[in-house]
Design a protein around this ligand. Structure first.
Ligand SMILES: NC(=O)C1=CN([C@@H]2O[C@H](COP(=O)(O)OP(=O)(O)OC[C@H]3O[C@@H](n4cnc5c(N)ncnc54)[C@H](O)[C@@H]3O)[C@@H](O)[C@H]2O)C=CC1
Ligand SMILES: O=C([O-])CC(=O)C(=O)O
Length: 328
């Protein structure tokens, strides 16, 4: 094996997303089949979750993954994040039926202050962070603001599940292959206000907007379906999405680390003021990735309908941001 192993910290490792995520990371689906990995797994310092984590680690051992060099269990972020090159912050409470994700801020927000501080203190100076725990954008904002010595651009929030959901709905509507969809994006917050935008999307070089040509479907079927998909899954399954969330986390990190070959993907990233989004707002944008860095797709036309949608999701994020000022 020639590549140096990388350290990957995962929080909430004994949870349902953790169970769908860790095996795929260890098998090389996230960073490549030639990249050895070290897993540093964090759970709350409580007997039940720590015991469950041991069980998950026993199963990972039993897979005999050739790329897995080392694996450790932690109950303190200061040891879990030590020298981490990648951190997937999943651990936090999921919502139940009838709740909105923003309601989780009261119970989850403080986790990301503590974990941002710990990353700031002990992680690799180049650590790449993905926040999955909800509400993901604002939790990522809290973590970023709590880690002033790390590059703000290295803190990201997961909008990829929304992106993948939008792609799947478009494939179903057009009868085309999901793999052929390009230039799709989801703007804003990982919440029902998100704006999934296929105005620029193409399939085999042809315009998706022209293929569908149905603004009524866009506004009244597509956007609510994508925006409320998480709630629909909770309603159907009794608990929130896990395997699809883990899959989106793998997609997000893989594309960030290994590049997208010019293809657009959606990442929640701190705005640099693009498209009039105030600086530092953790916002879903269309990006391309190359050499371990993401770059916003700039210069897209924002029409009146889109601006209205972007304003709504931005206002929600600004409200969440104001509500967590006491945590920063
Ligand atoms: N951004 C997105 O697209 C999605 C986000 N989510 C969110 O991901 C989070 C996790 O979901 P699940 O795995 O289904 O929940 P879960 O309840 O099955 O697992 C969460 C785990 O995190 C642990 N945990 C809680 N606080 C922690 C802390 N401070 N440090 C380390 N571990 C901690 C818990 O002990 C538990 O084992 C939830 O907030 C959920 O809403 C879920 C799906 C999609
Ligand atoms: O809806 C939830 O609470 C879980 C989640 O974020 C999603 O499935 O998009």
């Amino acid at each position: 094996m020639s590549k140096k192993p990388v350290r990957i910290a995962v929080t909430g490792a004994a949870g349902q997303i953790g169970y769908a995520l860790l095996f795929r990371i260890a098998s090389g689906e996230m960073l490549g089949k030639d990249q050895p990995v070290i897993l540093q797994l964090l759970e709350v310092p409580v007997e039940g979750p720590q015991k469950a984590l041991k069980g998950v680690m026993m199963e990972i051992d039993d897979c005999a993954f050739p790329l897995l060099v080392e694996m450790t269990a932690h109950s303190d972020p200061m040891t879990a994040f030590k020298d981490a090159d990648y951190a997937l912050l999943v651990g936090s409470r999921p919502r139940g039926p009838g709740m909105e994700r923003a309601e989780l801020l009261a119970v989850n927000g403080a986790i990301f202050t503590a974990q941002g501080k710990a990353l700031n203190a002990v992680a690799s100076r180049d650590v790449r962070v993905l926040v999955v725990g909800n509400p993901a954008n604002t939790n990522a904002y809290i973590a970023m603001k709590s880690a002033p010595d790390l590059p703000a651009k290295n803190f990201t929030a997961m909008l990829r599940l929304d992106h993948n959901r939008a792609a799947s709905q478009i494939a179903a509507k057009t009868g085309k292959a999901v793999a052929d969809i390009e230039k799709l994006t989801v703007w804003g917050n990982h919440s029902p206000t998100m704006y999934a935008d296929y105005r620029f999307a193409t399939i085999g070089g042809e315009s998706v907007a022209q293929m569908i040509n149905d603004q009524e479907w866009n506004a009244n079927v597509f956007l609510p379906t994508v925006g409320k998909r998480g709630a629909a899954i909770i309603e159907a399954r009794g608990s929130s999405s896990a395997a699809s969330a883990a899959n989106a986390a793998i997609d997000h990190m893989r594309d960030w680390a290994l590049g997208t070959n010019g293809k657009w993907v959606t990442m929640g990233i701190p705005s640099g003021g693009e498209y009039g989004i105030p600086a530092e707002t953790m916002f879903g944008f269309p990006v391309t990735c190359e050499n371990g860095e993401y770059k916003i797709v700039e210069g897209l036309e924002i029409d009146a309908f889109s601006q209205e949608r972007i304003n709504i999701t931005l206002a929600e994020l600004e409200g969440e941001k104001a509500g967590v000022a006491h945590l920063l």
